[in-house]
Design a protein around this ligand. Structure first.
Ligand SMILES: O=c1ccn([C@H]2C[C@H](O)[C@@H](CO)O2)c(=O)[nH]1
Ligand SMILES: [Zn+2]
Length: 130
């Protein structure tokens, strides 16, 4: 499943809409037996850019999914790609602390993290109900 998610993330990258940065990113996540792919989607109003990770997650949520079983992210970076802070927080919202995150590049370099490692001390839905 790890290899399949990584392959799907690399494939999703091809759909990236990146006329401004030219930096394609792909993500793929498993949720309830379904794989959701996402790419980054930029905008002429630069700050409106949606990262690949959040595209995949919002696709999952919009189709009824609420729990990420595992997620892979791929970009053409020197080392494994590093998700931005916003995506780390959104990944944490829909994951467990031990959910696996596979960060990779096009050279096959990969870092495997738990969500707790990806965003230590994340503010979570549980924090709202104390
Ligand atoms: O993990 C990442 C890092 C960057 N980007 C996108 C945002 C922007 O479109 C481009 C350059 O930052 O890459 C992602 O989609 N995911
Ligand atoms: Zn991001």
């Amino acid at each position: 499943m790890k290899e399949q998610l990584i392959q799907q993330a690399i494939e999703a990258r091809e759909q990236a809409y990146v006329p401004y940065s030219r930096f394609q990113v792909g993500a793929a996540l498993l949720a309830g037996g379904v794989i959701y792919q996402g790419c980054n989607v930029e905008n002429a109003s630069y700050g409106l850019t949606n990262c690949a990770e959040r595209t995949a997650i919002f696709k999952m949520v919009s189709e009824g999914g609420r729990k990420i079983n595992a997620i892979a992210v791929a970009g053409d970076t020197d080392g494994p790609i590093s998700p931005c802070g916003a995506c780390r927080q959104v990944i944490a919202e829909f994951s467990d602390s031990d959910t696996r995150v596979y960060l990779t590049n096009l050279r096959g370099e990969m870092t495997e993290l738990t969500v707790a490692q990806l965003l230590p001390g994340a503010f979570t839905p549980a924090d709202l109900h104390k």
